[in-house]
Each structure stands twice: as C-alpha cells, then as structure tokens.
Write a protein that binds this ligand. Structure first.
Ligand code: UTP
Length: 292
C-alpha cells in the first residue's frame, strides 16, 4: 500500500491580481492578519502527516526561504527583550517540517510548475496544495481527507467543491460518473475542462487547489502542450490521465477561501479575525463603527 509523505506547493506564479504587492514578493507571502498564506498551507500539510515539502518558487524565492529558516539575529533580539512568546513562535516555524525548494525558471503554467518537482517526488504518490486556496478545517484538514481517499483507491484524487454558476468560468470543472453528494463525496472523473463557459461546463464541481497525484502524471506533463492562456495546464494532463486510468473527484469538507482574489482575501481576513480571541471583540466594534 502506497503512503503519501511528500507535498508540492507551487508558489511561482506572477500573482498579477495582487499587484503591486506581488511585484517583489510572492502572493503566497501575503499575510492573513499576521501569518503568511503559505504558512497556513504548510501547517495543513504537516497536520496531514506530510514529512517533506517542496515549494516551487520563482526568482522571488528569498522571502519564502527566509520565512521557514531560522533567524538567529531576530531570536537574539527577542531573547534579550524577554519576548519569549514571540521567540517560541518564530522558532516553531523553522522546525515545522523539511522544506526543499526548486525554481521554476519560466512561468509556463501550473502543470509545468508541478513537473519541476519530478526529481524530488520520484516514483511516489504526492500531495499538491495551491497557495491560493486556504481551506479551513482544523479537525480534519482537507489534504488529509484526500490522502485518506487515496489510501483506499490508490488512484489520483482531485479535491472539489460546488461553486456558484457565475464562478465556473474561473476553475477546472469535472464531469463525473455518479452524482457527488454529502453521503457519496467520491466519484470517478470522466472529463475535466479548464475554465469553461457556463454553457460548456459539465457540472458545477470545481477543482479547488488540493490534489493527491500518482507519479504517472509526470509522463503526461512531459508531453503536455500549452492550453488555455498558452499555459501548460495541470487540468489537461489530469484529463488525459483520467482517460487512461481511474481518477477520482472527492468533495472535501472545509471552508475554502480564494485568497488569490481580493475579495476572497478579505473574506479570509475577516473570518480569521473573528475567530481570534485576541482580536474578535475589538474587530467587531471597529466594523460596527464603520458601517453605522
Ligand atoms: P494562478 O493562475 O492562480 O496564479 O496559479 P498566478 O498566475 O500567480 O495568479 P494571477 O492570476 O496572475 O493573479 C495557481 C497556482 O499555481 C502557481 C501559482 O503560484 C499558484 O499557486 N503557478 C502558476 C506556478 O507556480 N507557476 C506558474 O507558471 C503558474
């Protein structure tokens, strides 16, 4: 039985929707209150039993690498100032998990970014978590849910949720063999289309940033022609994989935030602020004042 211990986090996109903030730092470093988005993603992977993470970065990799590294100077400053809580916090970040980095030299698309992880992944199934999608489920992390489905099926799994009709044109949409319901959250994938028009969408179930993939995906990615937006699309390769072997869609449970979009980012910030003991009260009174 194959286990899943490795995860790939692609973080090399241009993040054009967040310019100018993303001019000199990856959007994955934008904080939700005080924690960079990518740390939420790394923590989800760690809670799900992942022991090695590879982050696909661009030329702006320094800030991500530094974030997960030790900062001896800062540690000394905090120690001197007797700020022990902060000291613990920043030390813990560097002790979370083994993180490796690979540079995607040209931003040719998500499929190409995943292909950059081939040597690291080797011949093992692996998880993929997109930095754009934060999923909240503290008890049962989304990627752990997918890994559990993988352990049963031993086939590639794409994490899906239903999106509004007005949103299907933004996502990879699946066509499945049986209806996806709460009781039956897993269904065989028949086809997948990247960002279809509503008339062409085979369902309202969108792939939302969580995957467990078998290593045969690399064979498809290596020969993948550029698709929509002239990018090498992961969706197109999974689609071809699904024609040759079984691939499953699984409806994961958890509130998902599209933090790559401005409104999704604001939504995440509001929800996380409301759930923080240290901020909730002040935040509510601030909002009340503002909307008076
Ligand atoms: P997106 O298409 O959402 O990211 O890719 P983007 O292109 O950075 O964002 P916008 O649309 O311009 O604002 C989804 C994920 O794939 C990664 C991104 O970093 C993001 O996590 N990605 C995308 C790469 O790593 N490399 C690429 O060539 C493209």
């Amino acid at each position: 039985m194959l286990k899943v211990t490795k995860a790939v986090i692609p973080a090399a996109g241009y993040g054009t929707r967040f310019l100018p903030a993303t001019k000199s730092q990856p959007k994955e470093m934008l904080p939700i209150i005080d924690k960079p988005t990518i740390q939420f993603i790394v923590e989800e992977a760690v809670k799900s039993g992942i022991t090695d993470i590879i982050i696909i970065t661009s030329h702006q990799k320094a800030s991500i690498e530094n974030h997960f590294d030790r900062s001896l100077e800062l540690e000394m400053v905090l120690e001197k100032a007797k700020k022990y809580e902060e000291l613990k916090l920043i030390r813990e970040i560097s002790e979370l998990v083994n993180i490796h980095y690979v540079r995607q030299k040209e931003q040719l698309g998500l499929g190409h970014a995943i292909l950059c992880a081939k040597t690291f992944v080797g011949n093992e199934p692996f998880a993929v978590l997109l930095g754009d999608d934060v999923v909240r489920n503290d008890e049962y992390p989304a990627i752990k849910q997918l890994i559990d489905v993988f352990l049963e099926k031993q086939r590639s799994i794409v994490g899906v949720q239903k999106v509004a009709k007005s949103e299907v044109h933004k996502y990879g949409i699946v066509s499945v063999a049986t209806p996806i319901t709460l009781e039956h959250p897993t269904a065989k994938v028949i086809d997948m289309i990247e960002k279809p028009k509503l008339e062409e969408a085979p369902s309202e179930f969108a792939v939302l940033g969580r995957y467990v993939l078998t290593p045969d995906i690399f064979t498809y990615l290596e020969t993948q022609q550029a698709g929509l937006g002239n990018e090498i699309q992961l969706t197109d390769s999974i689609r071809r994989l699904a024609k040759d072997t079984e691939v499953y869609a699984y409806q994961f449970i958890g509130k998902r935030y599209d933090v790559g979009s401005k409104i999704g980012y604001l939504e995440a910030t509001i929800d996380y602020a409301l759930s923080r003991k240290d901020l909730r009260e002040d935040f509510i009174s601030l909002i009340k004042q503002r909307i008076k």
